[in-house]
Design a protein around this ligand. Structure first.
Ligand code: AKB
Length: 313
């Protein structure tokens, strides 16, 4: 029987839905408490409506369920954040402070907080971007993630908070929809390929970005959280790498399964965001410290995406 009681904040988003599924298998469904600002139609239970900006409600839920671990997933992503920078900063930072402070007070034992490749900026080396390098993000999302990383490390060093984090690349899955990121095209493209055999992409053909198939991302997250504390040597956030590709390459991969698929390009404001991010990531530290290894390549992911979305369509 698990002694852990896990609270997922932002459980109804792209990562939360799939993470909840895996955590429920590992820890027992009664030990994984989902929470989000809104309840879904077919809501996974137990569930609590929670706005992470409401510190008192957060505290009440942590006490009610004797929570030991929090996965804080509520955030505005890169594209949405550019449209509402003040709120993005408030949600992305205050949400983190509220959770870190609970851990500092000893009310929870472990915190997971996602960072992103958005912490890097235009002055960062774009190929095989190392863990430690120049970081001058120029999106509000990236700035909030970089500040968050600094806070995580600070709370670990100063107060001994057991906080763990991954710099997610673009995440691609068929079970849930992405919510306002620059990498979202790599999910939309599969839906449109099945619906109308064509896709108009908001990034240009050669825009390479680091991406990851969702099961790899969920496995990385849980493996990091379950690693012995002494193996987690980086308390800001870990680089993890999956697959890097551009829109032309994902289209070519789709054509192996849907030969008449076509793609066109109408870059919008998200192009500038993508151009400021790395094209590929070096994740040597994650591999060495806690044994990270991705499993999916582009064609393997395309096949599973099309198979599963095809059943839904
Ligand atoms: C986004 O595009 O904003 C996210 C991310 C890379 O963090 N998917």
């Amino acid at each position: 029987m698990s002694t852990e009681r896990i609270l997922i904040i932002g459980s109804n988003g792209q990562i939360g839905l799939e993470l909840a599924e895996s955590l429920r298998i590992n820890y027992g469904s009664e030990n994984v408490i989902c929470s989000d600002v809104r309840q879904m139609e077919h809501q996974i239970m137990p569930f609590e409506t929670l706005d992470v900006l409401d510190q008192n409600s957060l505290l009440a839920i942590v006490k009610k369920y004797n929570i030991t671990q929090v996965y804080l997933l509520a955030a505005l992503l890169s594209a949405t954040a550019e449209k509402n920078p003040k709120f993005a900063w408030q949600l992305n930072m205050d949400g983190l402070f509220h959770v870190l402070d609970l851990a500092k007070e000893g009310l929870i034992k472990k915190v997971y907080w996602p960072s992103s490749i958005a912490v890097f900026g235009p002055s960062t080396p774009r190929l095989n971007t190392p863990q430690y390098t120049v970081m001058e993000p120029n999106t509000i999302y990236g700035i909030s993630k970089q500040a968050g990383e600094r806070y995580c490390e600070y709370y670990h060093q100063k107060y001994g908070v057991d906080v763990r984090s991954i710099r997610y690349p673009g995440l691609i899955g068929w079970k849930s929809a992405p919510g306002g990121g620059t990498t979202d095209y790599a999910v939309h493209i599969y839906h449109e390929a099945l619906k109308q055999q064509s896709y108009n992409c908001f990034l240009s053909a050669e825009t390479s970005l680091p991406m990851m198939y969702m099961p790899d991302a969920i496995r990385a997250t849980i493996e990091l959280m379950e690693s012995p504390a002494e193996k987690v040597k980086i308390r800001s956030s870990y680089n993890v790498s999956g697959i890097s590709f551009n829109p032309e390459e994902i289209a070519a991969s789709i054509r192996k399964f849907i030969p008449n698929f076509t793609i066109s390009y109408t870059p919008d404001f998200r192009q500038a965001i993508a151009d400021s991010w790395p094209q590929s990531i070096n994740d040597q530290e994650a591999r060495e410290h806690w044994g990270w290894k991705p499993e999916f390549d582009l064609d393997a992911m395309t096949k599973v995406m099309l198979d599963n979305l095809g059943k839904q369509v």
